[in-house]
Design a protein around this ligand. Structure first.
Ligand code: CMP
Length: 223
């Protein structure tokens, strides 16, 4: 188990505590861990890989979140008896997980109050992000939503290399459109414009932010 450098993720230490309550699972890209509407009996912590939390509406995908090592999911259907999975969990890069059964989750959380606290702070952060998204969908035009998504991906997946911020995820225009809730064509258009303005660069499907200030200044409230 590698040490997780990111804030707000389960640490190596937390994972070790969890491992005595859990089984390890390996899943290949493209498989679904569960689907929206399933009944749920396990909670998951990601050891390595990438898991997308998404929903489909009329055949269109909307991505709620992309989770990586140290992130957890699947708590919602477990904490409230009888609740169903609120979204799909899809493996987008080969992933290993710790899977904890409902009954063991309760004893795990009771044994380690610090882990419960970690869980709470992460849930609060997710709620904050959801509120922010609601605001964006209500008040921002599509272009601004794409700019904001690039900045938030940089916060979450950004690494600094040669004084430039690289979003360390290979992203297709389709994937970005599914995060923003717009068409793929619109993402393509906006990324071309930003490259022409020398604000970003895209190399091997990774976005490099060359001028973060200019990017944030382009965000405009429409109403
Ligand atoms: P559950 O409802 O059991 O199954 C789907 C899971 O996706 C859910 O639990 C949460 O763990 C996770 N999830 C749902 N909504 C979000 C969100 N907005 N951001 C991150 N994770 C989420």
């Amino acid at each position: 188990i590698k040490e997780m450098p990111f804030f707000n993720k389960f640490s190596k230490h937390d994972m070790e505590k969890a491992s005595s309550f859990a089984q390890e699972k390996w899943l290949n890209r493209g498989s679904f861990i569960f689907m929206e509407g399933d009944s749920g009996d396990q909670f998951y912590i990601i050891l390595s890989g990438l898991v997308e939390i998404n929903r489909f509406e009329n055949g269109k995908k909307f991505v709620l979140s992309t989770l990586q090592a140290g992130d957890f999911f699947g708590e919602m259907a477990l904490l409230e008896e009888g609740d169903l999975r609120s979204a799909n969990a899809e493996v987008i890069e080969k992933t290993s997980l710790l899977a904890i059964d409902r009954c063991d989750l309760m004893s795990f959380l009771e044994s380690y109050p610090s882990v419960s606290y970690q869980l709470l702070t992460t849930l609060t952060r997710r709620l904050r992000k959801t509120n922010e998204q609601m605001h964006d969908i209500t008040f921002l035009d599509v272009r601004s939503r794409v700019y904001k998504k690039i900045l938030s991906l940089a916060d979450e997946y950004g690494v600094v290399l040669n004084q430039q911020m690289i979003i360390n995820l290979r992203l297709t225009h389709q994937q970005i459109s599914e995060m923003v809730g717009c068409t793929r064509e619109m993402v393509t258009k906006v990324l071309i414009e930003l490259q022409a303005e020398d604000i970003i660069d895209v190399i091997k499907k990774k976005i490099i932010i060359k001028n973060k200030l200019a990017l944030s200044e382009k965000i405009v409230n429409d109403l």
